[in-house]
Structures are given as C-alpha cells and as structure tokens.
Design a protein. Structure first.
Length: 277
C-alpha cells in the first residue's frame, strides 16, 4: 500500500433487522448523548486515499465531490446572522461560478466543533458525523424545494435540473483531526448501497440515506485541508441518467496519521438548493 493510502474504520449502516422503515432522531438523548434510531452501525476497515495532488480527477459530475482552494472573505464564523449576511452571498457566487448554476438558495448551515467529553449535541454544538451517510433522498430533496421556495415558483423549478450541494470548509486551522472522507460515486451501487432513514425533528420529519457496506467503495480525502480549502459535496442531482454522479456518501474518520496535539476539528457546511436554467 502506498503512502497516499491510510487504513481506517468507517461506520456503515445496517438495515433494521425486522424490515421496518428506518428512522433516526436528529437531537441526541440528553442522558446518553446519542441519537436514538432503530438501525445499527457496523465498523469496517477500509483504505482511504489522500488525493492531494490529483484533485482534478474527481469532479461533481463524475465522483460527486470536488475540491477547490479559495479563501473566504468571512473569517469569524461565530455569529449566525453575520454568516448568513456575509458568508452566504460569497458562497452562492462561488457555487454559481464553479457549476454554471443560475440560482443558489441556502437553506441552512452547520458549524461542527469537536469537543471531547461534551454530550450536548444541538445546532450550536454539532460534532463531526461518524457514520457514512448522504444528507438527502430524492423525496426529501423535492420536499426541500417546496419548503424553501415560494409555492408559485417550485413547480417550474422542479421541471429543470436541480441539485443539493454542500459547501464544506475547515475553520481557523487545518482539519487534521477527524477529516472528511468522501466515497467516489463511481464505486457506489445507488440501488443497493443506501437505504432511506427518516430523520425525526421535534416539529417535522426529513429523510437521509444511510450507507451499507460494499467492498467496492473507493474512499478519498484531502489530508490537512486548510480554511482556504473547501469541498463541494453533491447530495442530490435530478439528472439520473446512469452517467451522472447523483450523490457522494461521506463521513468523518479517525486518520491514523494525525499528529498528537493538533487543534480539535472545526468546520462549517452550507447546504444549498442549486438550480439551472
């Protein structure tokens, strides 16, 4: 195995044994710090390739993800209103420039900060997600358009190509601890390797994909991503012609090459509805 590969564990989903629909609560149990769900996780050791130096081999349309380097003008990431006022617009222009999209609508963002020993898990205290997943299913992607766009516009927008894309970026320092691994869509069987899991919020329900193990999966990462680096992660594409990447499973993982004493992982992800004329 070359120096560009590491061996690490990834938590894969295992469907409910009784065949019932899968579900997971978005908020953690305050006592255990864990999110309740009716399906399980199984650790699998996989090889994850550091693709630094050959990032251009992986694009949104082929692999389902794409790495870029572009410093953000907004630097603090401490105030949600400022993030929405300053970071959203610059990021929308970035996505338009890189994808050719005509319209970008952000519907939320999550800041993740690894704080060992902390059980609290709410929107201000999210930890890195340690299970292979895809943020949206086809049904929840369409529901997002109806939820976040005016009722008069949604039907027309849904007639054209649209995507859900996450823009993920480290904050303050390189993300050496708990880096992000992405699975190349070309190694995924989209009909068999994922299963829908209802995401239960206090006031509503969404839906994500959990990812089942497949030994063919090809996992990639960009070691030592800095705050000037970011990755676009496709979570859904309405073009599903057998040639286009529809999504990229992803997860945080424990990199065995991470030096001791590095700062704890901090990152921000924006989630966007991306429309094309």
């Amino acid at each position: 195995m070359s120096d560009s590969f590491v061996k690490a564990s990834i938590s894969y989903g295992v469907r409910p044994a009784d065949g019932s629909p899968a579900y997971q609560h978005i908020n953690a149990n305050p006592v255990t710090g864990k999110r309740e769900k009716n399906w399980t996780l199984k650790e699998r050791e996989v090889e994850i390739e550091n693709i630094r130096g050959k990032e251009d081999s992986f694009t949104l349309d082929t692999a389902g993800f794409q790495f870029y380097t572009r410093p953000a003008k907004h630097k603090s990431f401490t105030n949600d209103e400022e993030i929405e006022k300053e970071y959203y617009p610059e990021s929308a222009e970035l996505i338009k420039e890189l994808t050719g999209a005509s319209r970008v609508v952000f519907f939320d963002h999550t800041i993740r900060r690894q704080r060992p020993g902390q059980l609290k898990d709410d929107p201000q205290n999210r930890k890195p997600v340690l299970q292979a997943h895809v943020d949206q299913t086809k049904g929840s992607s369409i529901a997002r358009v109806h939820r976040h766009l005016p009722a008069a516009e949604a039907p027309e927008l849904l007639k054209r190509r649209f995507q859900i894309i996450n823009l993920w970026r480290p904050i303050e320092h390189p993300a050496l601890e708990w880096p992000l691994a992405l699975c190349d869509f070309r190694s995924v069987n989209p009909d068999e390797d994922v299963f829908a899991s209802a995401l239960v919020y206090p006031d509503r329900q969404g839906e994500t994909f959990a990812v089942s193990h497949n030994p063919n999966h090809k996992w990639k990462y960009l070691r030592g991503m800095t705050p000037d680096d970011f990755v676009l992660i496709k979570c859904f594409d309405s073009v599903q012609d057998g040639n286009m990447a529809v999504f990229a499973p992803h997860t945080a993982f424990q990199d065995p090459t991470t030096p001791e004493g590095v700062p704890h992982r901090q990152s921000i992800e924006l989630r966007a509805l991306v429309f094309y004329d």
